[in-house]
Design a binder for this molecule. Structure first.
Ligand code: MN
Length: 197
């Protein structure tokens, strides 16, 4: 772990839990299958946060343009701090002025399977992330099938690409973000969540 920081150290340091409704984390328990979540986050700039459960945390990337069902689209994904497992159910409003201030909507969620292989041998997800290439099969309500995350830059500007794999769930002509803007958790829109708080 970089710097020997405890799990969720960066996550907790950035937030004041007296002020934000976000979970502090720590109660999460692992189910049989790892989960994924994509949260639409109307912060300073609208983006989508793509998160995969790895052990007891959610590995996270901010995807400015959101996921695409078109295998030709390479979506920039910038790593962010690990989030607690409970974050997968977080939907609500982070107050203005707080870290990540703005509305959060659970755009899609479900479980995933690690598909990463090297010369036909399965690669554990932790190792795949370290090496900079992970392939997953998503079982969500909007996102299904294979997706690959590939690191193309390391260091301060570490950057990855999120790409739909070419399988029966690819839908090159469909704009899933526009078609299905609502929450997979509550059916609400960003506006409805914002005005309910
Ligand atoms: Mn975010």
């Amino acid at each position: 772990m970089p710097g020997g920081e405890p799990p969720l150290g960066a996550y907790r340091r950035k937030r004041d839990f007296e002020r934000t409704p976000e979970p502090r984390g720590g109660r999460g328990s692992a189910g049989a299958e790892p989960v994924f979540v994509v949260q639409k986050h109307d912060a300073r700039r609208l983006h989508y946060d793509f998160r995969l459960q790895v052990g007891s945390v959610l590995k996270s990337w901010a995807v400015p343009k959101g996921p695409s069902l078109d295998p030709r689209d390479k979506r920039l994904a910038t790593p962010t701090e690990d989030h607690p497992l409970e974050y997968a159910d977080f939907e609500g409003v982070i107050p203005k002025g707080e870290y990540g201030g703005g509305t959060v909507l659970v755009w899609d969620h479900g479980t995933y399977r690690n598909l990463t292989e090297d010369s036909g041998e399965p690669v554990p997800v932790e190792q795949a992330l370290e090496r900079g290439h992970v392939a997953v099969w998503l079982n969500g309500s909007k996102l299904r099938g294979g997706f690959a995350l590939t690191r193309f830059r390391t260091g301060e500007d570490e950057s990855w690409l999120l790409v739909k794999m070419n399988d029966e769930h690819a839908e090159p002509s469909r704009d899933i973000l526009a078609d299905r803007p609502e929450s997979a958790l509550s059916g609400r829109t960003l506006e409805e969540i914002a005005s309910a708080s």
